[in-house]
Design a protein around this ligand. Sequence first.
Ligand code: HDD
Length: 715
Amino acid sequence: MEQPKKKDSGEGTSKKQEQLSQYKKDPTNKPLTTKQGLKVNDTNNSLKSGERGATLLEDFLLREKISSFDHERIPERIVHARGSGAHGVFELYKPIPEYTKAGIFNDTSRKTPVFVRFSTVAGSKGSPDLARDVRGFATKFYTDEGTWDLVGNNMPIFFIQDAMKFPDLIHSVKPEPHREIPQAASAHDTFYDFVSHTTETLHNHIWVMSDRAIPRSLRMMEGFGIHSFRMINDKGEAHFVKFHWKPLLGIHSVTWDEALKINGADPDFHRRDLWDAIEAGQYPEWELGLQLIPEADEHKFDFDLLDPTKLIPEEMVPVQTVGKMTLNRNPDNFFAETEQVAFLPGHIVPGLDFTNDPLLQGRLFSYRDTQLSRLGSINFQQIPINKSVAETHNNQRDGHMQMEIPKGKTAYFPNSIGGGCPHLSKIAEGAFDSYEERIDAKKVRTRSESFSDHFSQPALFYRSLAEWEQAHVAAAYTFELGKCTYDSVKSRMLWVINQIDEKLAQKVAEGLGMEVPAKIEQPINQAIGADADVKKHQPGKKKNYLDKSPALSQANTKFDSIATRKVAVLVADGFSSKDYEKVINSLEKEGAMLMLVAPHGGNVKCDKGHDHPVDAAINTTESVLFDAVYVPGGKKSVEMLVKTAKFTKFLNEAFKHCKAIAANNEGEELIDKTVIKAFKDDKAVFINDSADEFRNAIAQHRNWDRMAVAEEVAV
Ligand code: HDD
């Protein structure tokens, strides 16, 4: 397959890339050495006393090699262990000095280097990519004023309101401790036991039941900073701000049936997809959007801006687009970069600040703490991927793996022996100063009553979805609860879902073969301290301050591009080169990736006798790895395809997953062997139609109108 021309990868063009290049090592034409630089003559045999003799302790080559190997692993992240990263750049569209003095938001000529790590939350490092889960979306901006980390997710809210509950949440969703089952899955008793008792989780939870939890690509999902942060201008005035990443390719997902199958066919599906797109020069892009709220409007909403389980509907506060991020370079080494990168919500720059969101406040402690056990030293910020591009000087000293050589006699402040250096900076010179927020309160261990509305926003989300999306949510609840074994847990969940939407609860109850309970025995929300007035903290009655928020539905995303869409072309020897070229010319010029799937590997010959390299032999691939399927004509080719059952399965499955399917001339004979025969008038099935129509259907991502019949297809 011809690859689109690779754009400039940006290598060496940013301060960060220049800095990283000092640490890179290339073994080409270099001798193998020990870690201390000795050239090695034999790395296959240990030193022995005699040919068949015992190995000698003296063998430092053996000891160094084995010992280094023994210590290759570091603890995986307790959450977000499975991840994929990429380098890129952030560019500002327009300065916003009225909101913030941060350099990154004031200088449109800057190309701020970034490193982004996407992740799943619950699974281990080697877990499959298509788990039903939240996706982490963490961005490290290497700004001239210091590193800023925006450590967000692909959903705009979080499960819990107070960091104190984070270990409970994570312990409930992780594999159950007695037998370490299930891996990378929320569908088990302990998670639903927790969720059903902790109704603040419901909003994030219903997002996880939606298609947002099974993205088609990391490049096709939104990102959110979640918390309300603060932007501060040079007059010291503050605005609350919520950060949004909007993917230029739109927000698209796979179906649950596909997700399950992709996890078997290619557990690295998302990681590979991100890597391949960047290698092909099809750089993923997101626009950065801001929702800004003047400090004076803090209490104007029906919810609390400090509550991370609430979003601000875009229809109430529009998202202003201020810049664009492009990921244009794959890492050179997974461990050195993607594994060792350390994000800290506490990494901010002048012009930005935190709020009192109690989840954010706890995060400010947790991330630094976790890096100490994960990376092993207070010097983790000296690891190349974590190193600031702004110069660093301070009196913090020593520790494991100190990589720098701080000169001078003094390591304290104030000093006169060292000339008072490193010296303090004035705020006008760019020093960080915290926003002067007035706090005058009693010290209390409690939850604000303004956080107790747990049902309004999950209901708003559900109401805002298209019918097909709602059907997916119902199926997801039914699947997840169907995997639970405690009736008490399932019943409590049904009561809780009923508070969101009665018809939804009814549908799930039918799937479980249970009744929706009219009431529950104990108070649901036990997330408050034992002495607290539990009644006071029961979730309040659902409010309706906005009927629908269209921005929440994937039905309203972008459907204009077919860039990077993978189209399987089913061929055998003798396929029609005329048919093939017509389609390939139309789709490839817009960046779609056509891949030849044939009965065998190697080459296939078209009817003109030319060899075409096969991208995948049918026994090594599955239709779930593609976005659309095309069958060109060619008598001999189609006769061969018809004989191989896997091609029929391939098409049936693509049909089941509502994908665009096209065939020309004899290609129709293969279609006639599949369920598609009865659905040739489907709006995403094209028999001898124009390549443009096929293109438009691919851009639509899926034909969800097909869903009802597609569900009946048994593959
Ligand atoms: Fe967290 C990692 C996102 C709440 C404690 N978190 C981590 C990562 C992401 C998030 C994307 C992976 C970063 C990477 O790629 O290395 N976490 C969130 C979001 C939250 C959130 C969006 C809520 C809005 N997290 C949260 C709380 C706590 C933590 C409340 C603890 C009190 N998170 C961690 C951690 C991790 C982490 C244990 C594991 C690895 C790491 O930090 O570096 O400290």
